[in-house]
Write a protein that binds this ligand. Structure first.
Ligand code: CMP
Length: 140
């Protein structure tokens, strides 16, 4: 089915100057970028985005990392976009990520893991709305 998903290129991958290489992977997999913005997240924005993880032991480090530099945020659209993006990303921990995935190729650790992608239809809807207005989402 045609879906949209929220993708974030994290501060580590932005610092490595691989936004373009990651965008190429999206495009080659048939995912269209329908909205995008580069942004330095505030602490409040990062905490709100990851609110489901608030009680997890890694929450503090995750928030610190996500505000350590600018991120590139995009909404991707395509057939089965949520699962397709997750396949492109690879496992959360780059040590477990399959060869050729974004995390295997660009991530250094479970915290500095290059990209975020929505994990299901409900989260995708909420995460896209967290960063983009309806008017910012291009119809294409
Ligand atoms: P992400 O998909 O952005 O969602 C939450 C992030 O928390 C995850 O990627 C990881 O970068 C980070 N994280 C750190 N430790 C863990 C852990 N033990 N389990 C899951 N996520 C973790």
């Amino acid at each position: 089915a045609l879906e949209r998903t929220l993708s974030i290129i994290k501060p580590d991958a932005v610092a490595k100057n691989v936004i373009g290489e990651i965008y190429t992977r999206f495009e080659k997999a048939g995912l269209k970028i329908v909205a995008a913005k580069m942004k330095q997240l505030t602490r409040e924005e990062a905490e709100g985005f990851y609110a489901v993880h608030r009680e997890r032991p890694f929450f503090g480090a995750l928030v610190e990392f996500m505000i350590s530099g600018p991120v590139m945020i995009q909404a991707l659209e395509g057939d089965d976009a949520i699962a397709r993006n997750r396949e492109l990303m690879g496992a959360t921990n780059p040590k477990d990520a399959a060869p050729g995935t974004i995390r295997a190729d660009f991530a250094d650790s479970i915290d500095a893991n290059a990209v975020h992608g929505s994990d299901g239809p409900e989260t995708a809807k909420n995460e896209i709305a967290y960063f983009f207005t309806e008017a910012e989402l291009a119809s294409r």
